[in-house]
Write a protein that binds this ligand. Structure first.
Ligand SMILES: [Fe+2]
Ligand SMILES: [Fe+2]
Length: 168
């Protein structure tokens, strides 16, 4: 693999782990405020991001290169509300989509075709991740401050099953 591609994938591993860490902080915030359903959803999402990192981690090693793990920045730990948590989550997914796009472009330009094939999964996954986050944000916007609806939404989020977080 060309150094440029390897470096970009290593950077993406860090981004996925950073996303995992950010979701974990969001989960703690929600759990602390007794939004236990949202907390569960976010904890599972944190695990999913870790699996994304591991998918690239394993790919780099399978290509007989070394993985260079880098420092993970402290995530945002305080939010104005649970609704804001999901707004940040959506922004984070949009940012990751941009990163995947640029990583794909690098791999494509460098004719790193195995990496291109590997990254196709991530392109599709980001469409799904953004869609899901956008739907949750829309629901929070719709219900505003209505306590009964917030409790309903929290229960719905808590129904997310670990199986949905199946390994890629
Ligand atoms: Fe991810
Ligand atoms: Fe994601």
């Amino acid at each position: 693999m060309k150094p440029r591609v390897l470096e970009a994938i290593n950077r993406q591993i860090n981004s996925e782990l950073s996303a995992s860490y950010a979701y974990l902080a969001m989960s703690a915030y929600c759990e602390c405020r007794k939004f236990t359903g949202a907390a569960r959803w976010l904890r599972l999402q944190s695990q999913e991001e870790r699996m994304h990192a591991m998918k690239l981690f394993d790919f780099v090693l399978a290509r007989d290169h070394n993985v260079e793990l880098q420092a993970i920045a402290q995530p945002k730990t305080d939010f104005a509300s649970v609704a804001e948590v999901f707004e940040r989550a959506l922004e984070q997914e949009q940012e990751v989509s941009r990163q995947i796009d640029s990583l794909y472009e690098t791999a494509f330009n460098e004719k790193a075709f195995a990496a291109v094939a590997e990254l196709q999964w991530f392109l599709t996954e980001q469409v799904e991740e953004e869609k899901t986050a956008r739907e949750i944000v829309a629901k929070f916007t719709m219900i505003g401050d209505d306590p009964a609806s917030l409790l309903d939404l929290d229960r719905d989020l808590g129904a997310r099953s670990a199986a949905e977080t199946a390994a890629p």
